[in-house]
Design a protein around this ligand. Structure first.
Ligand code: FMN
Length: 389
């Protein structure tokens, strides 16, 4: 019998008989406000902030909010199974932790704590290139649990090649290439404080530990950290890359490759034509282009364009179990969650991340059952109606 994630609800009520209540809210939309109260303004601004006046982040929520579920009754929902196959990997539920860089700004255990939480719950962890912990250390913290590596594609091909080799050797099974960040978006909350952790050597661990990166330095990182930071800044992203460059990745990575940051159906088709395995429909949680389309509004057109050729994943705005349901109904095979788990980490370390995963999946399991489904496979467009904007 598959695990019933919804049982968390009984666990909470039963624990309540001894007077215990959950340490964090079970309505995950409340985590942002709590984080604003408890963490310093620099880190909170970095995590909660988005591009421009925040309109894209709001559009993400609004695009999900406008879709309403139409529940069905009297269907057999007693035995349920949330498991799915994504990119040839068996997952317990259609959820992965999105790549979120520089997690040490919210908690000293940083990526290792998030990775351990993902491993404990069986959910894939996607490690950012911009992590505050070297990828080998994160891999070690996870044992043989499912992990994918997110590439910010460095200008220097030797460093790119080295990252891919290291990730492969450390057991990362899929490559997620983020292409919506050839430069940083305009982020007023960070700009107003002149807050950018990378300039202080935070979020640079994969680079500073990399032999190919270090080969480009005149002095070791410890002897001249500023020069190392500047070398990082010079190669972190490459606005000159175009579609033909993807051949390099296909040549140096033999597992699945997923392009993250796709919003236009033509870009999704180009990804398929370039031999990629999947896309993540995402606007980076509204952190890159202010005024951009809400990610869930972009999803159906991408699914229509490439749903039969590529794995379509989704992120940007997922906060609750019913959001997961809606994304699946719009055609995604699985979703990634970003900020909520970063808040969970900041508020309660590994336990906070596990809380976020368990609440999301318990609520998703209940939404599934209460809407008349026993597996994600039967969710479809007929389960939703769209309110007018
Ligand atoms: C603090 C922060 C750091 C992020 N760092 C990365 C990163 O290093 N690589 C990446 O591909 N996406 C990064 N993202 C974007 C997430 O992977 C994801 O697309 C986004 O958070 C999803 O939106 P949500 O926060 O609304 O769930 C980051 C997002 C946040 C909030």
């Amino acid at each position: 019998m598959a695990k019933h994630w919804a049982d968390l609800q009984y666990e909470i009520y039963l624990n309540g008989m001894t007077g215990a209540v959950p340490r964090l809210p079970t309505d995950l939309t409340r985590l942002e406000e709590l984080t604003e109260q408890r963490l310093g303004p620099g880190p909170v601004g970095y995590v909660a902030g988005s591009a421009g006046d925040g309109s894209t982040a709001r559009a993400n929520r609004d695009a999900l909010r406008r879709r309403r579920i139409v529940p069905r009754i009297l269907r057999e929902v007693h035995e349920r199974d949330l498991s799915v196959e994504v990119l040839g990997r068996a997952l317990p539920a259609p959820l992965a932790l999105a790549p979120v860089g520089v997690l040490s700004i919210v908690h000293p255990d940083a990526e290792c704590a998030a990775a351990r939480a993902a491993a404990a719950q069986g959910v894939p962890y996607i490690l950012s290139s911009a992590s505050s912990t070297p990828m080998e250390q994160v891999a070690e913290a996870m044992g043989d649990a499912e992990r994918w590596f997110q590439l910010y594609w460095p200008k220097d091909p030797e460093v790119a090649r080295s990252f891919l080799n290291r990730a492969k050797a450390a057991g990362f099974s899929a490559l997620v290439v983020t292409l919506d960040t050839p430069m940083l978006g305009w982020r007023p909350r960070d700009l107003d404080r002149a807050y950018l952790p990378f300039l202080h050597g935070v979020g640079t661990a994969n680079y500073f530990s990399d032999p190919a990166f270090r080969a480009g330095l005149a002095k070791p990182v410890q002897e001249d950290p500023n020069a190392a930071v500047m070398h990082f800044v010079g190669m972190f992203a490459d606005p000159a890359k175009t579609w033909p460059d993807l051949a390099f990745l296909r040549e140096h990575w033999d597992g699945p490759i997923v392009l993250k940051g796709i919003l236009h159906p033509d870009d999704a088709r180009a990804a398929a034509d370039a031999g990629m395995d999947g896309v993540v429909v995402s606007n980076h949680g509204g952190r890159q282009v202010a005024g951009a389309i809400g990610a869930a509004d972009a999803l159906p057109r991408v699914v229509e364009a490439v749903g039969d050729r590529l794995t379509v994943l989704f992120d940007s705005g997922i906060r609750t179990g019913d959001d997961i349901f809606k994304a699946l109904a719009l055609g995604a095979q699985a979703v990634l969650v970003g900020r909520p788990y970063a808040y969970g980490l900041g508020l309660d370390g590994q336990a906070g991340v596990e809380h976020v995963i368990r609440c999301l999946l318990a609520e998703f399991d209940l939404t599934l059952a209460l809407s008349g489904h026993a597996t994600p496979a039967t969710i479809g467009p007929a389960d939703l109606i769209e309110e007018s904007a």
